[in-house]
Design a protein. Structure first.
Length: 393
């Protein structure tokens, strides 16, 4: 028989038994997992860029790229692009010990930018026209608000010039227009973008100095004696001369000017209030591209709320303001002296920035860090799953 155990001895043995370790709160697992998932998402771009090949994707010239339209698959791509750096509006930013210049690629408008590291021995306004590095979506960058604020505040305007023939060819293709400029580069114009047209009208403007012609009636009598249709504006706002319009061809204007000025006394120094000048008449129309179309071989535009002169039409022996035809004006292409587009440049969040010199090999730490964070997230997710199963048991 076993000897009876002392009651106090049993209590002491039970009190000395090891207590089970208290499990960490699932709230901690949840917080660590959420933070880890956030880090995995933010670091995925570096991992994806590291996985790119060692050879950059050649995008050609920026002008060709913009003509085709920016692809949507360039984010986190290793690329090489040729373009013109806009050195007039480059921004310099010091980041720790680095000095980075942010500049616009001219052909890209507000959709292509580059970030270029600069050293102390490099000229601040000299940049290569070849950009090789990491392409990133502008709107996703932490620097985007600063880039947008800086370049939009610069008030940059992009000017393009084309011929009437180029505009007529573009109109044959319908809206939106793709116009080839005088330098041979193509650019797209939306229906709401405004185009400027400089049109030479068939009539000459005749300026007759007020000191040579004592009254508007005397000036009108001199023009009337030419025997050509003319128009006298009721309002004569210039204090130096009277202005009238007459149907005089370009080849006749010099002779008419000499005829009107015959016998007039002129001062030694040029003075607009003396003598006569016969000049060409031009009209500048600035209107949405969507209001311009073709009427056969002629250019037609919707006059709209424009205040520019419509020109003149012959009626008997006088000129009268040219009437609109269903709210439109038509012109021969030969009368169009210039087609220009002045477009304000605004930073496009759907555009791209090239981090020049950043190759996939520079992100060699990305897979190690991503794998480490993934391991931590996985461990905490397994811990949460184990806690949930115990709770349900």
């Amino acid at each position: 028989m076993s000897e009876p155990r002392d009651e106090h001895e049993e209590i002491i043995e039970e009190s000395q038994a090891p207590r089970p370790r208290r499990r960490r709160s699932p709230v901690v697992d949840l917080a660590v997992s959420a933070l880890g998932i956030y880090l995995l998402v933010t670091m995925f771009g570096d991992l994806r860029y590291w996985l790119r090949g060692s050879e950059p994707r050649d995008l050609g010239s920026a002008a060709e790229l913009m003509e085709k339209g920016l692809p949507d698959d360039l984010d986190e791509a290793y690329v090489v692009l040729r373009g013109t750096p806009d050195i007039q509006h480059a921004a310099r930013l010091k980041i720790d010990e680095r000095v980075v210049s942010y500049l616009r690629v001219v052909e890209g408008g507000g959709a292509l930018f580059a970030a270029v590291d600069r050293t102390a021995d490099q000229a601040p306004n000299q940049f290569e026209g070849v950009f090789e590095g990491r392409m990133r979506r502008l709107g996703k960058l932490r620097m985007y608000p600063w880039v947008e604020s800086f370049f939009n505040a610069e008030g940059i305007t992009q000017s393009r010039e084309a011929t009437a023939d180029a505009l007529m060819s573009a109109l044959a293709g319908g809206q939106p227009l793709t116009i080839t400029d005088v330098e041979g580069a193509s650019f797209r114009v939306g229906a709401d973008d405004r185009i400027g047209l400089v049109v030479e009208l068939p009539d000459a403007q005749i300026q007759l100095g007020r000191s040579s012609f004592r009254s508007l009636a005397a000036a009108e009598a001199a023009v009337s004696a030419l025997g050509v249709p003319y128009y006298r504006p009721e309002k004569q706002s210039n204090g130096s001369f009277y202005k009238l319009f007459a149907r005089i061809g370009a080849g006749e204007r010099a002779a008419i000017e000499a005829r009107l000025g015959e016998g007039l006394e002129l001062p030694e120094k040029p003075d607009a209030s003396y003598g006569v000048a016969v000049l060409p008449t031009t009209a500048n129309y600035y209107l949405p591209a969507g209001s311009i179309d073709r009427d056969g071989d002629r250019l037609r535009l919707v006059y709209g709320d424009s205040t520019t002169s419509t020109g003149f039409a012959v009626e008997g022996d006088h000129l009268v303001p040219r009437p609109l035809e269903d709210g439109r004006l038509t012109f021969e292409p030969a009368a169009i002296r210039k087609v220009h587009l002045d477009r304000p440049v605004r930073v496009d969040p759907e555009g791209y920035l090239i981090a020049v010199g950043e190759t996939p090999s520079t992100q060699w730490m990305a897979p190690l860090m991503w794998a480490g964070v993934l391991l931590v997230v996985g461990w905490n997710m397994m811990s949460l799953a184990w806690w949930w199963r115990r709770r349900q048991a």
